[in-house]
Each structure stands twice: as structure tokens, then as C-alpha cells.
Design a protein around this ligand. Sequence first.
Ligand code: ATP
Ligand code: MG
Length: 189
Amino acid sequence: MRLFVAAELPDAMMEALGETSALLRDHVSGRYVAPGSFHLTLAFLGEVPVARVDDACAALDEACALQPPIAVAFGPLGSFGRAHKATLWQGFARGVDELGGLAGDVRESLADHGLVYDSTAFAPHVTLMRRADLTGGLLPTPVVERGVIDTVTLFSSDLSGERPRYEPVHRVTLRWELLDDSEGMGMLV
Ligand code: ATP
Ligand code: MG
């Protein structure tokens, strides 16, 4: 089973990404991520034997046990790869360090359970488009939204169809009670 761990984004942020994606369609050609499929990958495991899926779930539970929800906000768009077939993504202006901490904890916990993941350095992003042709010039300004991430999910990925299909295998809800009061209030502004 092809697996990855990703943070899910709150509805308002998913909607903002959908709007940014729609703006991009007017400017850039390439392969768009379906709006319901936006996610923030924390660790990519790739092919895992079905018998090891329970270990991956346990690793995720343990990594998230002491992790409070994370306040995040979108920043500028960015890209990986060459200009004529780039991966185009939404970046973050708030929550970068906390997301890095969470990705590190998830990866460490996977390793503790003997699971292998891609160890490329974590850079928080939500992919909007693949094989994007960016040679045409300026990108539109993204729709900026903020919110709180409180769901971290082990997803399966099925690449056999025309579009990738991601299915939640195990969802962990981060515990708000782990925030102290002052932090909790701060997240809402
Ligand atoms: P496709 O491969 O058909 O373009 P996809 O990349 O969305 O689709 P997967 O390859 O299954 O589907 O990847 C699932 C998630 O993991 C995506 O967010 C993808 O960017 C990320 N990912 C894939 N491969 C790696 C990798 N080697 N290292 C880190 N993240 C990866
Ligand atoms: Mg891929």
C-alpha cells in the first residue's frame, strides 16, 4: 500500500486554495491537483506491506500525543523544479517552525517503528499543480487565509486511475487542551 502522512487543512483554507487554483488556471498550464485533495505532506512512506500499516498508525498516534493544534497562515506561492515543468505550491507565512517540529516528530516515530520514509528535508507546502509551465512570467497573488491545523492523517494513495486517489487510513485529532490558555486565545485572532 502506498502511504503518506499529511496535515489536513480547515475548510476555509481549502476554499482559499481552490480559489487560488482557479486563478492559476487562467495563467499557467499543467496538471492541477483536484480541489478536494489539497494536503500538507509531513512524511512520505511509499509502498508499505499491509501487515505494517498498524505500525504506521501507532507511530502517528505516538508522534501526535503531545502535539497541540498549530496556527498557520498562507504566504507566497513557490515552485520546485524546472520552469517548464515545475511543481507549483502554496507556502506558509505562519506555523513553519511548528510544522517542522511535527514533521520531525512524525518521522522519528516512524523510524522508531522500523518504517522507512523519504528523508528529504521538510519544507511545508501544499501542491497546487504539477508539470506547470512557468515560463510565461508572473504568477497571480494567492488568496491568503489563516486557520488552525488539528488533524493529521495517514493516507493511502492510489495512482492507478487518471488522477491520484487519496483515502484516509487513520486520522489523529490534535488535542486543544494541550495549549495553555493564552496560546489558545491567540490562535483565534
Ligand atoms: P502523482 O505521483 O501521480 O503526481 P501524487 O504525487 O499526488 O500523484 P503520490 O506520489 O502518491 O501522489 O504522493 C502522495 C503525497 O506525497 C504527495 O503530497 C506528494 O507530493 C508526496 N510525495 C510523493 N513522493 C514523495 C517523496 N519521494 N518525498 C516526499 N514527498 C513525496
Ligand atoms: Mg507523486
